[in-house]
Design a protein around this ligand. Structure first.
Ligand SMILES: Cc1cc2nc3c(=O)[nH]c(=O)nc-3n(C[C@H](O)[C@H](O)[C@H](O)COP(=O)(O)OP(=O)(O)OC[C@H]3O[C@@H](n4cnc5c(N)ncnc54)[C@H](O)[C@@H]3O)c2cc1C
Length: 452
């Protein structure tokens, strides 16, 4: 590591001091639980509609998944159910910096899924057909064209699936900037403010109970990322969700070998605004086995079978931690959300070693480029790796938006627009009916169509 490690660019979102709110609003039209890109984008859209919205984040804005991700903003390869929302999201990203008056690091540099064999390349044709239905400029490119885009790679790819209009943004900038924009539009954004639970009356939400007091409201959105299942379980609502750990790093600024995002089975790499690269292993995710793994085993079996090659099961303290966490808790004392203000998993050393080896093997020009920051994030997923966005039938006024899997950053602004529409009744033009929670309980087949 060089001296640049101390810059802590990415980790700056979650390594600062906790500043509890000075005062809590007594009431709100809508309360949002969770200050990731989904909750924050929703707050931004609601505030601009004139809705009185309060967002409560237990730790820091973008302190969990939304600040730790790879930063890819891609439509390529997504499940068909996500495509219209993702296209809307890309439209929002394109003018976001102008709309909010702050840089979010968005740029279009293209997205490449590489193929090692012509058979693998041909297998991408199924997604090119989906792209054609939506006028997305995805195409297959051969080895010669790929070498022109990805310069100096010491590897004989057969070609790639390529979408020129896909892009990237900077996670440590985007969600905090959107939160400030939401505040300017009239939203109240509270960090260091865990929501412990809800008060209800006659089968409907009547208030949100936070660690600092109570906010009266009839409408709540739970956008609590990896904590959604636990929060909902405490209310008697079943939301199938599991976590996988992803280890990531960034290099120092270096020679420009590619402008976009490249996914190879050994490496996920994208150019950063600061001239370095954000890099991860292309085929290693780790699922820490917990009691939830057994509870939701059958619902996640199709996803597990699909991802068998890339998901490693790990057995560690996460099992005991979850086992010891109560299912329900009193609302007048600290809850599990205050105990873990920021879910901050350690990057896995063997994965970091693999990333370094693969980076050097594929891009020999970067062999002397130092890795200056490393981190990990806990990705949460639904059984079909597509989000759940819905009003919960058992509890009037309670809504959830979760399960965005390893692709919720790019779709976040589009999801925020759709969710704001669901909450305020204003038509967002985005159909979310396929994202209903009941699809996991009404006998519908659970078929992942995209990867985690
Ligand atoms: C390593 C990694 C790589 C990824 N790469 C990409 C990528 O390249 N492109 C892409 O599109 N997506 C990517 N993703 C996925 C993306 O980051 C997530 O899907 C997205 O950030 C989810 O946003 P969210 O707002 O739903 O959740 P989060 O960002 O996790 O936010 C949820 C927030 O809720 C808060 N919270 C929870 N419980 C409570 C409570 N009781 N009270 C108050 N607050 C609470 C948490 O503290 C947290 O800050 C990646 C994720 C990871 C981890």
């Amino acid at each position: 590591m060089s001296g640049q490690a101390s810059q802590n660019i990415v980790a700056s979102t979650w390594t600062k001091h906790f500043t509890p709110p000075e005062k809590l609003p007594a009431a709100a039209d809508v309360v949002i639980i969770g200050g990731g890109i989904v909750g924050v984008s929703t707050a931004w859209f609601l505030a601009r509609q004139g809705v009185n919205v309060v967002l409560c984040e237990k730790g820091h804005i973008a302190g969990e998944q939304s600040g730790r991700n790879w930063g890819w903003v891609r439509v390529q390869g997504r499940d068909r159910r996500e495509v219209p929302m993702m296209l809307e999201s890309q439209r929002i990203w394109a003018s976001l910096a102008d709309d909010i008056g702050e840089d979010v690091g968005f740029t279009r540099g293209g997205c490449y899924f590489t193929a090692n064999t012509s058979k693998e390349l041909k297998s991408f044709e199924a997604w090119v057909d989906i792209a054609r239905d939506y006028d997305i400029p995805t195409r297959l490119i051969n080895a010669v064209e790929l070498k022109q885009h990805v310069r100096g790679a010491a590897i004989d790819w057969a070609g790639a699936m390529y979408t020129e209009s896909d892009g990237r943004a900077e996670p440590h900038k985007a969600t905090p900037a959107l939160a400030r924009a939401a505040e300017r539009a009239g939203a109240t954004i509270l960090s260091s403010c865990a929501v412990r639970g809800l008060e209800t009356s006659a089968g409907a939400v009547s208030a949100v109970v936070c660690e600092h007091g109570t906010i009266k409201t009839s409408t709540v959105l739970c956008a609590a990322g990896a904590w959604t299942s636990m929060f909902c379980r405490s209310l008697g609502i079943d939301v199938p969700q599991l976590r996988v750990r992803g280890t990531v790093c960034r290099t120092a600024p270096c020679e420009n070998v590619l402008d976009g995002n490249v996914f190879d089975e050994r490496l996920g790499i994208r150019r950063r605004e600061d001239g370095g690269y954000t890099v991860a292993h292309g085929s290693v995710l780790e699922h820490p086995v917990t009691p939830a793994s057994f509870r939701y085993f059958f619902k996640f079996l199709p996803a597990l079978m699909q991802e068998l090659k890339i998901v490693n099961l790990t057995f560690g303290r996460e099992f005991v931690d979850e086992w010891q966490t109560p299912k329900v808790w009193a609302l007048d004392r600290p809850s599990p959300f205050e105990e873990t203000r920021v879910l901050n998993p350690e990057p896995t050393p063997s994965v970091l070693k693999g990333i370094r080896q693969n980076l050097d093997a594929i891009f020999p020009q970067l062999a002397n480029t130092p890795i200056v920051e490393t981190w990990a994030g806990m990705i949460e997923s639904s059984p079909d790796v597509v989000p759940i966005i819905d009003a919960v039938e058992q509890l009037r006024g309670f809504h959830i938006a979760t399960g965005f899997s390893g692709h919720g950053f790019g779709i976040g602004p589009g999801a925020g627009k759709a969710i704001a529409g669901m909450l305020s009744g204003q038509d967002s033009g985005i159909d979310i009916s396929a994202l209903r929670l009941s699809r996991f309980f009404d006998g519908s087949p659970i078929r992942p169509q995209a990867t985690i």
